[in-house]
Structure formats: structure tokens, C-alpha cells
Design a protein around this ligand. Structure first.
Ligand SMILES: Cc1ncc(COP(=O)(O)O)c(C=O)c1O
Length: 480
């Protein structure tokens, strides 16, 4: 364990935050039953907190029944403190599904936006994690200094300085892109829509992970496409054997994936699987629409390579945005659509003429001034701590038989409730208690995952959030 800075939280004493962190490590299996946890002195060095705080934290973990003190020896994880069971690989759908989501998503999205709810629903970062003040200063400055430009249409394919900055950052993902290859968009959502439209015709089938981001399902529905859900591993992402089998069995016009910290599973495809995926699709001439919106948010190490880094044929259309890292409301996104660039550019013009100029200018300046890396490093730590803390709270509060995802990045948790639990009902009851959460069927073209919920963890850890998780656990125990 490296040094682990703990998030600031004025409402919780330090020893409790330390205890939650260690409980999270036990919950995730880092320390298994019977393992000795680091000595008080070592832990105090690692967390840079006093030994007295560590002693208090260890006592609290003892009270919670997670560890036991063995005289002359140290603290050990109790045999009963087994980690919550892992999520299992999902299954492929038998055939492509015509999307008929109706008004369900709209209803949930409207509810999620309610300011009076504990915001565990929509995957929107709390504004306290975003560089709002600095960004607003930059925005005011660019608008003042370049009033004419900022009020004008931004010529295709988008703001030049932003595209240059995106090209620079793409190098970290292993992609060597010229700024001309990048089209700026109004968020990743528009990028996904434009790219999918460029590579499909109404009635076509698109292969997707299962579960997947409901916004992608909405795009497929709006474009009159069919969705083929493919078996997905909660750790490694889409199962390549299942995908190959699906491609052999039926005609698939495109594949659309979130390979880096996918929403809702938080999985991350290993490099080798990405290479094999790109080769598999290249051999069949099938385009891949790659959504990298969480790619900058790993919990450990450097950001993963994008699938596009392995593409030699221009068949991977990479989409992303700054919604998860800088400001969702700025609506600054982009696509690097490979050989489909002209089509995407034309569609961008057809649907919106241009992306908003002032926010593109502000994000470009923000990226250029060098503060982004520091900001994003802090954000990764914050999300890792929150995901760990919330999954620990879920493990404590939810009924036996609950399974919790172990995301490698991003900021959402996917939770499987015991069989028979109705997450749609649970959602309604939670709403009644002032808590936003998203029910599982939203993440499936075929309405699967009835006993799953997704929790947004990009919220400051406060007593109302802790209470909300206990309430959800109580509702889940009553089977939703
Ligand atoms: C996987 C994924 N893709 C795209 C989006 C939409 O991103 P944007 O706000 O940039 O349109 C989201 C938002 O939650 C998401 O989770």
C-alpha cells in the first residue's frame, strides 16, 4: 500500500476515515481473512497520521467485527470478514433487441436532476470536485479578450487550440492524432451519436457490452438501431470469444464500447484484449465506436491505452469529453473518427452547425496552462477513496447475498442485490426517502438487471450520504 492521502471531510473524524479505508481494503480482498494488517507504526507512516489515530481506527474495526487483536502479534482480519462476493460475468443476449425504452429513461433522468435528493443517481461529479472557480475565471478572460471570436460560429471541425490540446493528451492514451483528425462536439454524447450515425443505417445491429451506459442505448434507439448485448466480464470488459461468436452468427454494423472504466461496471480492458478486439473487428471490417469518457480516471497507475492506439485501418472512432474531469455543463467533447472523419464533420454541421465557442476556448486555455494534470491526479485519488468508502458502507448495510463491483476507475458502483429484489421498486421507495439511485434495467436493451442498482460515488462523503446508504440497505433487505 502506498501512502494514501485521505479525503478531507469535516464531518467525519480522521480515525473513522482511516477505518473506512482499511475496511474497504478488507472488503475488496486486498487483506483476506486471517491476514495480518500493517502494524500501527507502519500504517501511521503510510497514511501520514499519528499512531494514536491508527489505534483508534483499529479499535473501531475491532468493534465492527472486521479485525481482531492478537496479543504480542498485531491485528488480523477476522475469518468472518470475508470480502463481498464478486460480480459474475454477464451473459450474451440471444438476438439483437429493438430498443423500446419508452419514457423510462426520461423519467429517471428528470428525477435524478432534482436538487433535493442525495445524488447517488446520475453519474455527475459534485461541483466541489471540479475546478469551477478557475474555469470561470478563464472563461471570463477569454470572452473579454477575444469577444469577437468567442461570439462567432466555430468553424469546422472545431476550435483549433482545443483540438491541438486534445491531440496532445491523446498521446497519453497511445493515440498519435493530428489536430485535423479531431472533431469537437457538444459532449461525448453528441460524439457518440454522430459516430454511430456515420457507420450505421436504421435497422442495423450494434454489439454492446452488457450492462452498458443508458445514454448509449438512447442513441441506438433514436437512430432506430438494434442492440446486441454481449457477455461482459466485470473486470476485463466485453468477452471477445462471445463477441467473435456473435459476429460470426449475424450481421453487425458496428460495436460500441466503454472499454476504460465502463459505466456501470467500472471494468478496464487489458491492452492485449484491446489489441485482439481491434484485430478481430479489422478482419471483418466492423467499425468500433469507443467511448473513453472515463479514461482519465484510473484509481492506480497511468491511464489505459485507448483501443484506437491499436488501430491501423481508421476503423476505431474514439469519443470523449471533459464532462467527467472539468465541467459537464460546458458540453465540451470530441471525436477522432478515423476514416469516417468527413461523415462525422458533415453530421456535426447538419445537427448543430458548430459546438459552443466560449466553452471550447476556456477548456483549451485550461488544458494549455498545465493545471489539468494536477487536478486530474487529485480527482483520481478522491474518486478512489469515495468508491472504496461507499462500497465499504454498502457491504456493511446491504443484505447478505449482495455483490458489489470493484471498479478500476471512474466513479460509479454496480450492485447486485439478492435475487427477487426489485430495483425499480427500490428506486421509487428511495425517491420517497429523498435518495436518487438508478435501477438496473436502465442499463440493458432488454430490461435485464432487475435486481441491480447503480450508485454514483462522486459525492462528498457526508452524514446524509452515509444515512442514504443505510436506508438503501434497509430497503434492499425488505426486497425493494
Ligand atoms: C459512458 C458515458 N459516456 C458518455 C457520457 C456523456 O458524456 P457527456 O456529458 O460528455 O456528453 C456519460 C455520462 O454519464 C457516460 O457515462
Amino acid at each position: 500500500m502506498s501512502t494514501l492521502p485521505l479525503p478531507a471531510s469535516p464531518d467525519f473524524p480522521l480515525y473513522r476515515r482511516v477505518a473506512d479505508r482499511i475496511a474497504g481494503l478488507i472488503g475488496s480482498g486486498t487483506f483476506g481473512p486471517g491476514d495480518r494488517i500493517p502494524s500501527v507504526r507502519r500504517m501511521s507512516r503510510q497514511l501520514t497520521v499519528s499512531q494514536a489515530t491508527i489505534v483508534e481506527a483499529y479499535r473501531l474495526l475491532e468493534d465492527r467485527g472486521l479485525v481482531e487483536a492478537r496479543p504480542q502479534s498485531g491485528f488480523y482480519v477476522r475469518p468472518s470478514a470475508a470480502p463481498t462476493p464478486r460480480l459474475r460475468r454477464t451473459a450474451s443476449g440471444r438476438s439483437a433487441t429493438k430498443l423500446d425504452i419508452g419514457d423510462l429513461t426520461l423519467r429517471y433522468l428528470r428525477e435524478c436532476g432534482r436538487a433535493d435528493l442525495v445524488p447517488l443517481g446520475a453519474a455527475v461529479p459534485d461541483s466541489s470536485f471540479l475546478p469551477v472557480a478557475k474555469l470561470n475565471r478563464v472563461l471570463a478572460r477569454v470572452v473579454r479578450l477575444r469577444a469577437g471570436t468567442s461570439a462567432a460560429y466555430d468553424p469546422l471541425p472545431g476550435h483549433a487550440k482545443l483540438r491541438a490540446q486534445v491531440a496532445r493528451r491523446a498521446l497519453e492514451a497511445g493515440c498519435v492524432l493530428e489536430p485535423e483528425e479531431i472533431v469537437t462536439t457538444s459532449g461525448a454524447q453528441q460524439a457518440l451519436g454522430l459516430c454511430l450515425r456515420a457507420v450505421t443505417r436504421p435497422g442495423d445491429t450494434v454489439a454492446i457490452e452488457s450492462p452498458t451506459y443508458y445514454g448509449l442505448l438512447e442513441v441506438l434507439g433514436a437512430l432506430h438501431l438494434r442492440a446486441l448485448e454481449v457477455a461482459t466480464d466485470p473486470h476485463d470488459g466485453i468477452c471477445l470469444e462471445a463477441l467473435a461468436e456473435a459476429l460470426d452468427r449475424q450481421s453487425v454494423a458496428a460495436v460500441a464500447l466503454v472499454p476504460s472504466f465502463g459505466n456501470p461496471l467500472g471494468h478496464c480492458m487489458p491492452d492485449d484484449a484491446r489489441r485482439r478486439l481491434v484485430e478481430l473487428l479489422a478482419a471483418r471490417g466492423v467499425p468500433l465506436v469507443e467511448d473513453d469518457v472515463y479514461g482519465e480516471l484510473p484509481f492506480e497507475g497511468s491511464r489505459p491505452k485507448a483501443c484506437q492506439a491499436f488501430d491501423r485501418q481508421g476503423l476505431v472512432l474514439l469519443c470523449s469529453s471533459f464532462s467527467k474531469t472539468i465541467a459537464p455543463g460546458f458540453r465540451v467533447g470530441w471525436a477522432a473518427p478515423g476514416r469516417f472523419r468527413d461523415a462525422v464533420e458533415r453530421l456535426k454541421f447538419a445537427t448543430s452547425v458548430a459546438a459552443p465557442t466560449p466553452t471550447q476556448m476556456a477548456v483549451a486555455e485550461f488544458l494549455a496552462d498545465g493545471g489539468f494534470d494536477r487536478h486530474v491526479r487529485r480527482m483520481r485519488r478522491t474518486y478512489r477513496d469515495l468508491v472504496c468508502r461507499i462500497s465499504c458502507a454498502v457491504a456493511e448495510a446491504f443484505p447478505a447475498g449482495t455483490r458489489i463491483s470493484r471498479p478500476a476507475g471512474g466513479h460509479v458502483l454496480w450492485i447486485e442485490l439478492p435475487p427477487g429484489t426489485d430495483s425499480v421498486r427500490l428506486h421509487d421507495q428511495a425517491l420517497h426517502e429523498g435518495i436518487g439511485v438508478l435501477p438496473g434495467p436502465l442499463f440493458s436493451a432488454a430490461g435485464r438487471y432487475r435486481n441491480f442498482i447503480r450508485l454514483n460515488c462522486a459525492v462528498p462523503w457526508t452524514p446524509p450520504v452515509a444515512d442514504a446508504i443505510r436506508t438503501l440497505g434497509r430497503l434492499a433487505a425488505a426486497r425493494g
